[in-house]
Design a protein around this ligand. Structure first.
Ligand SMILES: [Zn+2]
Length: 496
């Protein structure tokens, strides 16, 4: 959710001058939660089935069954200034693009043509000119009116474009294949996968519904259909498909998706929804007064305009925003009760019982919204430092508040390497995560200042088409990660 606030961040970083990996002073306790998050707290104790802990002078409680373990005297104390915001930021569970947190639930891998078999090798040679798929050659196959061969040729072209990270082109090829052989379930599944990769979930669900009509008892089709419907914001229909799949062939992955969706549905059944130009807002009428609904949509739309202008991009589908009470939010997301928001493909915001926009919500919304944009451009392989750096930049935040502490860390090579920051921050201690967020922001801010946002967007697109993040950085800037660290260090210490 939100970033480390400037005040808290600076105080934390000041205690960190020893470097990212040298946090070993014994001044406070660490609370490990089952959700994978660890918190550095001033004091912690068990009481009446609850765990009580203090951050500075403020007491918080959490249900004992959410706690994995408590380690005494193992982490540096959380600073006393700035209150709670700094810790709240560390509860972000959405910082993991490679797992399902920023993602919509992704479709599992489908098996394609066996490209080493003679039949497919011949067809592959036929449709390629060099390494490029030649549409002229595909058209020549098509006019021979051999439907099976036409379908296979376009099928092959589609799977090749999928491998190359071009789902838009792939989807067009699969469509051609389906025109030639409308009843082939494998073609429909692949087209749905391509549509889903382009975030066209509603069309993906329709395609799989056709597959389901052709093969009503295929657990595989039903599982995919559930995923597409879930991502298309059709939770009740998703539950129906997954239940049927489980009746036919129980599967633990589907069981956990079903469990999550059923909990969401309990809330959704009490909810109403409202559409704005770019958002679908789910809320509970009696708890969310109409003025507040309008205000939230207005904040979202303003944020959307700004982020889309800066990135010169608009995601293809409406962004789903769900308002929860604090308790529902905790139950559904497994995030600790103090989380400010979460983006797991849908923006989930705990905001129950308020009548006006709470301070800080605008930043949370803009931050989470940016994650949707970035995911839409770069896909699931976007490194976390780039995701979190952009999200903080759009709030808007600046790394200048951290310059004094962060500059020397970079120059003395004591900062966390960006290769490490490609992966989720959730496994870091509280302090390490603070530094990780600050480094991410400093990097993106530096890149924008030096190369412009357009170049960052090109990097995102390049990562989206399958290029490794550090290679994308090098292609855009000529720098690898270690040079980037040095340049940011110089930039921050030069006081510009
Ligand atoms: Zn974030």
């Amino acid at each position: 959710m939100a970033r480390p606030s400037a005040v808290v961040g600076t105080v934390l970083l000041a205690g960190l001058l020893g470097g990212f990996f040298s946090i070993s002073t014994s001044r406070a306790d660490t609370l490990y939660l089952k959700s994978g998050i660890s918190l550095s707290v001033t004091r912690v104790q068990e009481k009446d089935g609850q765990v009580e802990y203090w951050v500075a002078n403020t007491r918080y409680t959490i249900s004992k069954d959410r706690v994995l373990k408590i380690e005494k005297g193992d982490a540096p104390a959380t600073p006393t200034r700035g209150g709670f915001t700094g810790v709240q930021d560390l509860t972000r569970r959405d910082s993991a693009p490679s797992i399902s947190q920023h993602d919509k639930v992704s479709l599992p891998h489908l098996s394609g043509p066996k490209q080493n078999e003679a039949y497919w090798v011949e067809l592959r040679n036929r449709i390629l000119t060099g390494e490029t798929i030649d549409d002229q050659h595909l058209a020549e196959i098509e006019i021979q009116h051999d439907n099976r061969r036409t379908a296979d040729a376009f099928f092959l072209a589609g799977t090749m474009e999928m491998q190359r990270g071009h789902p838009g082109q792939a989807s067009g090829y699969f469509e051609h294949a389906i025109q030639a052989m409308p009843d082939r379930v494998d073609l429909l599944q692949w087209r749905a996968a391509a549509l889903a990769r382009s975030e066209r979930y509603a069309e993906a669900a329709l395609t799989l519904e056709r597959a389901n009509t052709l093969q009503p008892d295929s657990p595989e089709v039903l599982r995919l259909l559930g995923i597409a419907r879930y991502n298309a914001d059709r939770t009740a229909d998703a539950v129906a498909a997954w239940k049927r799949a489980q009746d036919l062939a129980p599967d633990p992955g589907t069981a956990s998706l079903l469990h999550k969706a059923e909990r969401e549905l309990q809330v959704e059944e009490k909810s109403r929804s409202k559409e704005s130009r770019h958002f679908t807002l789910h809320y509970q009428g009696e708890r969310t007064p109409p003025e507040l609904q309008q205000q939230i949509l207005a904040v979202l739309e303003t944020g959307y305009q700004d982020v889309s202008r800066q990135l010169s991009y608009e995601p293809p589908e409406n962004i789903i925003v769900i308002l929860y009470t604090q308790k529902e939010f905790t139950d559904i997301t497994d995030a600790p009760s103090w989380s400010g928001g979460l983006n797991d493909g849908k923006l989930r915001i705990p905001i129950g019982g308020v009548t006006s926009i709470p301070p800080g919500l605008e930043r949370v919304l803009r931050h989470e919204l940016t994650h949707s944009f970035v995911h839409s451009i770069a896909g699931p392989r976007c490194p976390v430092w780039l995701q979190e750096g952009l999200a903080q930049l759009m709030e808007p935040q600046s790394a200048s508040a951290y310059a004094q502490e962060l500059g020397p860390l970079f120059l003395e090579r004591k900062a966390a390497p960006f290769s490490l920051l490609e992966h989720p921050f959730s496994r870091f201690s509280a302090l390490q995560a603070q530094v990780a967020y600050a480094e991410s922001l400093a990097a993106v801010e530096y890149l924008r200042g030096r190369y412009g946002m357009g170049e960052i967007v090109r990097m995102l697109e390049s990562i989206g088409s399958g290029v490794e993040p550090e290679t994308a950085l090098r292609n855009s800037t000529g720098m690898d990660y270690s040079v980037l660290q040095e340049r940011i260090g110089q930039h921050l210490t030069s006081g510009q």
